[in-house]
Design a protein around this ligand. Structure first.
Ligand code: SAM
Length: 277
């Protein structure tokens, strides 16, 4: 595959491809950036990689060289021929032309034989949060997630209690994963050029985590606690056993008058575990 920006543009033009804003299409045209992402990802021949949004296949091509197999989801069927042409030398890549958010991923990967599951992608920005939540909630449990996202979204992933960015998403992510920034990416390495810079973040699954008795209940508790951010735990958790919740909050120096954004993950875990019948 030829990575020069000129060749990329020529191929897209040859297939009469028009970028679609509604699909968050900003393609990377800098091979060095792609190499850096691949190097940092530590993919090997035991790894199945899921890529969301291969675009013209710039990242996919290099993923295929390092991984055992690559499974991609691309919503835009207009990219079919371009992808076929750019990926023709790889037998270990499959592209499913469908909305990632609507697929049963668990079912898609069940017949693959692999030791590690990674997600590596330059994400479509308009659905970054739903994609991450789907990866966590649908029990897909990747060992590692390496994603390029808008800078301020990436900062939110790492938010700490008491800050304005701390929310249900940051709790889910930080409960299951260690999150770290890998690199900054200038908006100049994309066509078309987006309005903001990006960062690449890496999530490594935490193997020894606090023991959660009921994952579904934990998710529901967190969603309900943050339902109305300005309201207190007492107001947001009407219908729960407030006596149990209050006991745990007081033990940890909080109260029913506290707001969800002040409460650390381990206290939520303790509450969830004590609510299990
Ligand atoms: N990976 C390519 C690259 O880095 O050059 C393209 C990245 S571009 C930011 C995002 C890609 O995600 C586009 O190809 C877009 O069509 C695709 N996409 C957008 N929404 C999607 C969805 N719901 N499911 C699957 N792919 C989607």
């Amino acid at each position: 595959m030829d990575y020069s920006p000129k060749k990329t543009k020529e191929l897209l033009e040859k297939h009469d491809f028009k970028f679609k804003k509604k699909f968050g299409q900003n393609f990377i045209i800098d091979e060095n950036i792609i190499n850096a992402i691949i190097n940092k990802s530590n993919i090997d021949k035991d790894t199945l990689v899921i890529e969301i949004g291969p675009g013209s296949g710039a990242l996919t091509n290099k993923l295929a060289l390092s991984a055992k197999e690559v499974l991609c989801y691309e919503i835009d069927t207009k990219l079919k021929e371009i992808l076929a042409s750019n990926l023709e030398n790889h037998k270990n890549v499959k592209v499913i032309f469908e909305d990632f958010l609507k697929r049963d991923i668990f079912n898609d990967i069940k017949n693959y034989d692999y030791k590690k599951l990674f997600v590596v992608a330059n994400l479509p920005y308009y659905i970054t949060t739903p994609i991450i939540l789907k990866l966590i909630e649908d029990n897909i449990n990747p060992n590692k997630i390496v994603v390029m996202v808008q800078k301020e979204v990436g900062d939110r992933f790492r938010a700490k209690p008491g800050t304005k960015d701390y929310n249900s998403l940051s709790i889910f992510i930080n409960y299951f994963y260690d999150v770290k920034k890998i690199m900054d990416i200038s908006k100049n390495v994309f066509i078309p050029k987006p309005n903001v810079d990006s960062i690449v973040v890496e999530f490594n699954r935490i193997e020894k985590k606090l023991s959660l008795k009921d994952k579904e209940l934990f998710f529901k508790l967190i969603y309900d606690s943050f339902r109305q951010k300005r309201k207190t735990i007492k107001n947001n958790l009407q219908g729960y056993d407030l006596e149990i919740i209050e006991k745990i909050l007081l033990k940890n120096n909080f109260s029913l008058g506290s707001r969800a954004e002040q409460i650390p993950i381990e206290v939520f875990v303790e509450i969830a575990n004590n609510l299990v019948k």
